[in-house]
Design a protein around this ligand. Sequence first.
Ligand code: MTE
Ligand code: MOS
Length: 796
Amino acid sequence: MDAKSSPETRVKVGTISGGAGRAMPHDSGHLHVTGGAAYTDDLPEPRDLLHIAVGMSSVPHARIVSLDLSAVRAAPGVVDVMTADDIPGENNCGPVIPDEPIFAPALVQYAGQAIFAVAATSVMAARRAARLASISYEPLEPILDPLTAVEKESFVVPSETIRRGDSRKAIDSAAHRLSGRLHLGGQDHFYLEGQIAMALPREDGDMFIYSSTQHPGEVQHLVAAAIGKQSKDVVVECRRMGGAFGGKESQPALIACIAALMTWKTGRSCKLRLDRDDDMIMTGKRHDFVIDYEVGFDDSGRIQGIEFMFASRCGFSADLSSAINDRTMFHCDNAYYIGDCTIVSHRCKTHTVSNTAFRGFGGPQGMFGIEYVVDDIARYLGRDALEVRRRNYYGSGERDVTQYLQTVEDNLLEEITGRLVETSEYETRVSDIRAFNEQNPVLKRGIALTPVKFGISFTATHLNQAGALLHVYTDGTVHINHGGTEMGQGLFTKVAQVVAEELQIDLERIKITASDTSKVPNASATAASSGSDLNGKAAQAAARKIKKRLVRFATEYYGVDAAEVEFRDNAVRVGAQNVAFDEFVRLAWAARTSLSATGFYRTPKINYDRRTFSGRPFYYFAYGAAVSEVVIDTLTGENRLLRVDILHDCGKSLNPAIDMGQVEGGFLQGAGWLTTEELKWNERGELTTHAPSTYKIPACSDLPVDFRAEMFEPGRNREKTIYRSKAVGEPPLMLALSVFHALRDAIASVGGEGCRPPLTAPATPEAVLAAIEAVRSARASWFALTSPSPDSKENA
Ligand code: MTE
Ligand code: MOS
């Protein structure tokens, strides 16, 4: 077969087991459920292993006046102690800007910041010893919320603005205007496996690190810099993470650097495993936001112009906040043409833990903003919210240019929405719900359909590259490695399916191996949902290189034309002969054919100028829509998710089973963010919600009673992605905006015409109850105002 023939045009029917597009189980599924999957903490421990505990700041902003660690040093089991002064290289674990120290030097900037580490012979000995430090501080004024930061112009990176046309004029000349301030909470990743790293000394000062990380290459570079070595001296490996969700994109560097530094200092293997409370206190979360908006629109609800001000809590350092807040600005249109606009984004420096990537990477917060605005417009006009949403959808051929000047070429939302309205019986249910609410004074139902349009690619163009390494052994089995990491999302399975498809061999013949900086160098983080897009293509390129060599071998060995060589069914057809794949590669090896190859991929078409925020940051968009129905108890604010219908676009899915898992899991994680998960800091800057006792993620019982998720068929990416699939890791999270708006809809039924419930996110029972009370008292005072009568005061 011609190695260049396009697989997109080739239809294979049921030949090999586990090719592209098959619903195969996760490669480690059987290990996950039997306890056989080795996470970093399960790896065999070296004989001399030391355990590390971290000493943290108890105040949010202060100068360290004195640091006495003598009691720590003298505690039972303690082998060594270290502070910023002991670091041989750079005291930094900041991924983009070197503004994040590993150990606080003289200044502490959040309650929970690492000041020192202690290594002992057991975990408990280390943790007990860490508490014995005597530290005195000279307190400084902390900034603990984004609005104060804006007021004081305290930013981690400069504010940014996207401007199109004259938003002021557009708003002023519109028939209607609305404005508001929204509060949107953050989110803890709550991965099941906490942050962990184990460092092993190798000869001559080299270091081997096991790290639970989405970005082994970055851990390698930062560890090397911290211990005063170079990248070549450090190897980082990660077979799998027990969940990451963006929380292990930059955060593992701190953990790995501490483990590596302690190994450098003691010459012994060292492991740092944070316990849950410390993990929640010490490591970054999703950014919470304050969003101000002003919008002008016509009688039909169509937006004429809009102004947004986004202020996000970034914490004390820049981390990935620049790119995250850029993505907020890129997604504050969601599915809608927003007309003339001014979008201002403040990246607020606060004296709290540095906030970081979380599924959606700032996109969900931008989408939360515009969905709230569109919902407000509909409620103000007394129109059906879905009708107003559709009225504002991007058009095709007109009203199809985003605020950053990328044309939306692949819009599927009209089609997706149309189908979902039918399959979910949206119209009937809306009237059923209205009838239900008429009859029930206490329980109220609500429904909402919200769309998702999510841009796929790293907005930093240079990150859109990937490498792979593929070996074929003489028994016809294959070893595949690539720069991506496995966090439960099924990337390794999907990439192996690509290789199976390319070589036309069974999936069982392919060994999926740990991410390893010595096999594939300089890999980007597995993030931005691009894992399978990038690494799938890189693996395909490697497989095609080897195939090309094998075809050349066949032409020479069998004396046939290249066109007479075809890979199929675990075999290679050469003219009239059919040679088993293992036999064929053994012959190729004997004829001295190289059976190992690297593959490389860079995403085409994308280019974008960060100075002007314009161009094509995204290769394509992923789409979806969801209808959620809820019931609330208006006396307590308690609520239930009754039914959810999802229609999501995965392109031509590489693995429908795994992709459906992402759709359902992403949705529920989004529902947790918007309804039950609440982060609270007290006035001393301490995070008070740092364990499952006070921080509530969704449980099985929070699943919708009736959950119907479907894939958009026949999906097909119009761009030439790997087998025309689409990224699916993050987009479904934002389908959960429908839950928030269903709650808002239910609350609105308590108020009168035009009622816009002031619901904050997360919409916890308390927040729902507060919104109900606000709506009720507004209604009461509205009656008081509009129907003055002698006894109106008593009524109010
Ligand atoms: N799914 C599971 N099970 N666990 C995870 O940690 N992370 C999400 C998503 N799905 C995550 C997950 C995030 S934040 C991203 S960016 C993508 O997976 C990354 O993987 P992909 O690019 O291979 O989709
Ligand atoms: Mo995902 S937030 O891009 O790791």
